[in-house]
Design a protein around this ligand. Sequence first.
Ligand SMILES: NC(=O)c1ccc[n+]([C@@H]2O[C@H](COP(=O)([O-])OP(=O)(O)OC[C@H]3O[C@@H](n4cnc5c(N)ncnc54)[C@H](O)[C@@H]3O)[C@@H](O)[C@H]2O)c1
Length: 269
Amino acid sequence: MHIDLSGKVAIVTGAGRGIGRVIATALAKEGVTTVVTDINESYLEDVQKEFDRSGCKGSTYQCDVRNYAQIQEVVQHVVDTYGHIDILVNNAGVAGGAPVDILSEEVWDLNLDINLKGTFLMCKAVAPIMKQQRSGRIMNAASFAAIVPSYGSAAYASSKAGVEQFTRVLAGELGPWNITVNCYAPGMIPTDMNHFAELGEPQQQRLLDTLTLRRWGEKADVANLICFLASDYAGYITGTMMDISGGKLATQIPRIAYEKAAAEGAYEF
Ligand SMILES: NC(=O)c1ccc[n+]([C@@H]2O[C@H](COP(=O)([O-])OP(=O)(O)OC[C@H]3O[C@@H](n4cnc5c(N)ncnc54)[C@H](O)[C@@H]3O)[C@@H](O)[C@H]2O)c1
């Protein structure tokens, strides 16, 4: 199977670092002219240097996904410069929380405003262009928290569950225009958002114990999924949430299988 995305134009939000940056780079390496946006300008300088070094096509824009005026400006600029927008990846997100009785309104609003409203505002700005083209691919970052939330994640999990439902609604609205809309649910990928890789050994083991594939996810795992969803091979997939969590909680007590495998010399704890 050869995924050919050459000639396409993508916008990836929050792509200055983390999973978004790897998604943006992967798309660019597949020949996509990739527009990288982020709230943080210093991350963008780094990305531009990487693009220049590796000969990737694209550009960077500072843009807060909560700010509709900024979004409209970027989208207009992309259309004026490149002529079309084929792929939108709503990756920008924050995580933060506390048990509900001590959760502040500020943290609740921050999660909902960036993760859910930001996704809505980006889609609102890009959908008219994709409708005109009668084609487009939209991918929204949800989370495994939208399926099974963890302790203290009311704000984050609610925002991501909102992204999942929003994705279905939009898929229904844009179906007649040949635009697919999907979301994806990573489980646990060490990044600066969660600092999983810096946890103590026992805490890491406890988290890994929830995974059917007992290892951390890679940013590239998500990037590969995005490239697939953007390709012609995924033209009949819409309105879904793709679980890309290594089987988080897919099986009961995944550790049992690893203990058996260890006894057979096939796995080491
Ligand atoms: N890392 C994981 O295990 C995991 C699991 C499930 C879902 N996700 C989702 O994947 C996405 C990326 O996560 P990550 O781990 O790479 O996080 P990250 O914190 O490394 O990256 C998030 C990026 O979003 C940008 N951003 C934050 N607020 C913004 C705003 N208002 N406007 C524009 N950009 C903004 C940040 O500057 C940063 O570059 C998020 O939506 C996150 O919820 C991650």
